[in-house]
Design a protein around this ligand. Structure first.
Ligand code: PEP
Length: 248
């Protein structure tokens, strides 16, 4: 079975009520029978209003706590996210790994909590520039992703996102040959650890300065099943061309 493309936006710490019109416009553009799944992961404060602004469209969160509840000031549980209408959550984004010192085990625990709470997950991985320049990117990223996966690896409930850290928000996109090599290596490693069927169904997204102008080239690669998009997901004008590139 062919994998459906997934184009997911990550609004990071951007977006207030006056930006909800962008979500409505994006959801309308995505609402065609084209075989592409589209989602936007917004700040916690916007989830409920984004769901109301775009009924039926997949709204997600950008983080979740591994515990179901407890004394965790400032954190949020999967049940809380699901209650306000979130359908998915990003875990292990490099900005969480770097700024909040989240490691692979914590990322895996967050993915477990999300799945148990009824949310789908996007599990992120990616190397630093130093690791790439040292020629260790493929091994590092494959080890990272395997150690960040939840206990139950179900491709119908999750996607992986390869996001080279040096390409996020910098305008630098990884070379097509490097993206192709990395995605193929991740799929091969998933096959080794979890079996060829799971590997064949697992969606592997690319993230890192994806724009309307470079999306088609990325999506043409065999093992690229969509994108995780930061800056260019903030407006319909920039995000819809990426969705359209995935359709083709
Ligand atoms: C991201 O935040 O996951 C990301 C890829 O950001 P950008 O598209 O802005 O590089």
């Amino acid at each position: 079975m062919a994998r459906r493309m997934l184009v997911a936006g990550n609004w990071k710490m951007h977006g207030v009520g006056s930006d909800l019109g962008e979500i409505t416009a994006i959801s309308m553009a995505a609402e065609t029978e084209n075989g592409v799944d589209v989602a936007i992961c917004v700040p916690f404060t916007l989830i409920e209003r984004a769901v109301a602004a775009a009924p039926g469209f997949a709204i997600g969160a950008q983080d979740v706590h591994p515990a179901a509840n407890g004394a965790h000031t400032g954190d949020i549980s999967a049940a809380m996210l699901a209650e306000v209408g979130a359908k998915l959550v990003i875990v292990g984004h490099s900005e969480r790994r770097q700024a909040h010192h989240e490691g692979n085990a914590e990322t895996a625990a967050k993915a477990d909590a999300a799945l148990a709470g009824g949310l789908d997950v996007v599990v992120c991985c990616g190397e630093t520039l130093e690791v790439r320049e040292a020629g260790e990117a493929v091994e590092t990223v494959c080890d990272q992703i395997i150690a960040s996966l939840p206990g139950s690896v179900d491709p119908s409930r999750m996607a992986l996102a390869y996001e080279p850290i040096w390409a996020i928000g910098t305008g630098k996109v990884a070379r097509p040959s490097d993206v192709a090599e990395m995605h193929a290596a991740i799929r091969a490693r998933i096959a080794k650890e979890h079996g060829p069927e799971i590997a064949a169904q697992m969606r592997i997204l690319y993230g890192g300065s994806v724009k309307g102008e470079n999306a088609a080239e990325l999506f043409a690669m065999e093992d690229v099943d969509g994108a995780l998009v930061g800056g260019a997901s903030l407006t319909a004008d920039q995000f819809v061309p990426i969705i359209n590139a995935a359709k083709n």
